[in-house]
Design a protein. Sequence first.
Length: 202
Amino acid sequence: MILCIILILLIPAADLTVLRFVPKYSYTLYTHLCLIVFGDICCMYMHYTFLLEQLMTIYSLLLIICAVCGITIYIVDLAVKNIIQNDVLILDWKYYFCPKKKLHLSVVFSVLIACGEELIFRLPICVFAEQKFLLLFVGSIAYGIAHLFFSRYDACSKIVLGLLFGIIAVLMKNIFYAVVVHAIYNILAGFFGGIDYVKLQE
């Protein structure tokens, strides 16, 4: 703001100064043109910097939203799983965030798996946008079936998660944010994953 005001005042001040001490119109014109070009460069730079800051703010906000979504999906999925399998709702946050193993390479594997699954099941939604809703449902069902070997609950829950990840891809028109949400969910599920309630009771 201050720099803009300085630039606005600098041009006429320089014009008058040159005209006062060098009484030639051509010199004043050259000075005026140079200052205008300099001012344009400064304004473009400030505008570019401002736009970059705005984009980074939006980008950061979207990443925070993705992180919150990933954490929420993990908690809800684990809570529902315990209601269905163990007929109990656990509200203790330690249950959801008690490390069950060392981190090691689980983060890397979780991110790689998330990227791979999103490329297979959600990328076609973005590539073939005209068939996005058909691909959304087909991809979600296929994603659930791919997890059937874990359990029937996992297959059903992954169909729902596939729909959520697909909706994110449809809304954002790319799979990057779906990958972020998916990766956060995978990391939490792999690193924490909840305590085995049945074994805990025993």
